[in-house]
Design a protein around this ligand. Structure first.
Ligand code: GN1
Ligand code: MG
Length: 367
């Protein structure tokens, strides 16, 4: 969609000035996103416009309430530290009628954020930047440690409920809607053979051995904006899945994405492994920020989070492949299968690294 097609939607929001350019940003797998440039009294200002995927987020209004509550809390916490929240907390632009969402005549839900200037985010991250990303997500946890997690609405119920994700895969195999199951026996067998470990985090939560906190639940490195001038983490974005969860989810998902030597959908699995230098860097930053309040139980189990989040996403990609690619955006027919295989390759390497990861955590806790 170009600026002309978007203009009736843009007009629904209280951004000042005239929209002059729009560019689609293709990195997300769920929502559709544009960066929109406005001109106002000779100056340029930028915004993010998003069409929320309501197949994935069934009640976008309630999701936006979560985001409002969390960002208000973050603003207060940042101010209490004597810092300016302007570039450190995600900021929404309300609609002309003061709502957080605009629903167009087709029923699509739209929202607008302030674009953070002079900042950038990485898809592929080096160790130095990944340290900053670790600090960013660690700080996010810390600033929300006193937020009442039970007040949050589950924008995607059972999002990281891995036993349920396994059940969804099993249902997809049984239904075999697009006749793909016979071609992926090996992938199915591999993932189901990891059932026990993949269900261990929910088991520990149910047993009371891991607490529920406010977690981000989608901690890809490109969800932390870094300051272009200093390289430091400024702001955590994409708050759609902020929900109660375990810190193992946030840590594990971050390493799963940013600690991979290749892209999440790399077709050549020989290129995929866990980069220990990057993993150490992220972990150092994350622990620096969270060491004071995370429990021993959580800190020592962080590596388990990598296995569970990597395996869980493999389950989700494979399930979507079997269901005919209805959830994740795909760029080609086998995309979800390629993604599944890439996550499986990473999981195998994470398994091989188990004792190295445990030693790394011990060393960081002692330092
Ligand atoms: C989706 O669209 P994006 O990049 O924010 C997905 C995550 C996956 C990720 C894999 C709501 O996130 O859970 O880990 O793709 N988000 C949702 O790239 O399902
Ligand atoms: Mg996301």
């Amino acid at each position: 969609m170009d600026i002309k097609t978007l203009s009736p939607i843009l007009a629904a929001f209280r951004a000042e000035g005239t929209p002059v350019a729009a560019e689609e940003m293709k990195s997300g797998n769920i929502n559709a996103t544009w960066r929109v440039d406005y001109e106002c009294r000779g100056a340029r200002s930028r915004y993010i416009l998003q069409r929320v995927n309501t197949y994935v987020f069934r009640e976008p209004g309630r999701m936006m309430e979560n985001i409002r509550a969390v960002t208000e809390h973050l603003c207060r916490a940042v101010e209490a530290r004597g810092e300016d929240p302007a570039r450190r907390v995600l900021r929404m632009i309300p609609t002309q009628t003061g709502e957080m969402l605009y629903t167009d005549e087709k029923g699509s839900a739209w929202r607008m954020y302030v674009f953070i200037d002079d900042a950038f985010a990485y898809d592929a991250v080096d160790a130095a930047a990944f340290l900053q990303v670790g600090r960013g997500f660690g700080r996010f946890q810390r600033l929300l440690a006193d937020f009442p997690a039970e007040q949050l609405y589950a924008s995607i119920p059972d999002f990281h409920n891995t036993p349920q994700r396994i059940a969804q895969l099993e249902a997809a195999i049984r239904e075999d809607r697009v006749h793909r199951a016979a071609g992926v026996r090996e992938e199915i067998d591999f993932l189901l053979s990891r059932r026990e470990v993949l269900c261990s985090v929910t088991g520990l939560i149910d047993a009371g051995a891991l607490p529920l906190r406010v977690t981000h639940n989608d901690t890809k490195s490109n969800n932390v904006m870094l300051d272009r001038a200093t390289g430091e983490a400024l702001c955590v974005i994409d708050l759609d899945t902020v929900m109660p969860g375990s810190v193992l989810y946030d840590y594990g998902d971050a390493i799963r994405f940013g600690g991979n030597t290749a892209a999440e959908d790399e077709p050549d699995t020989a290129k995929i492994s866990l980069d220990m230098e990057k993993t150490e860097a992220f972990t150092r930053g994350f622990i620096e920020e969270t060491n004071g309040f995370l429990l021993e139980n959580e800190l020592r189990r962080l590596p388990l989070g990598i296995q569970v989040m990597t395996g869980e996403l493999a389950l989700r990609f494979l399930t979507d492949y079997l269901n005919g690619d209805v959830y994740f955006k795909t760029l080609y027919p086998e995309h979800n299968l390629v993604r599944t295989r890439a996550q499986m390759a990473l999981l195998k390497d994470v398994e091989r690294r188990e004792s190295d990861l445990a030693q790394m955590i011990e060393a960081l806790l002692r330092s």
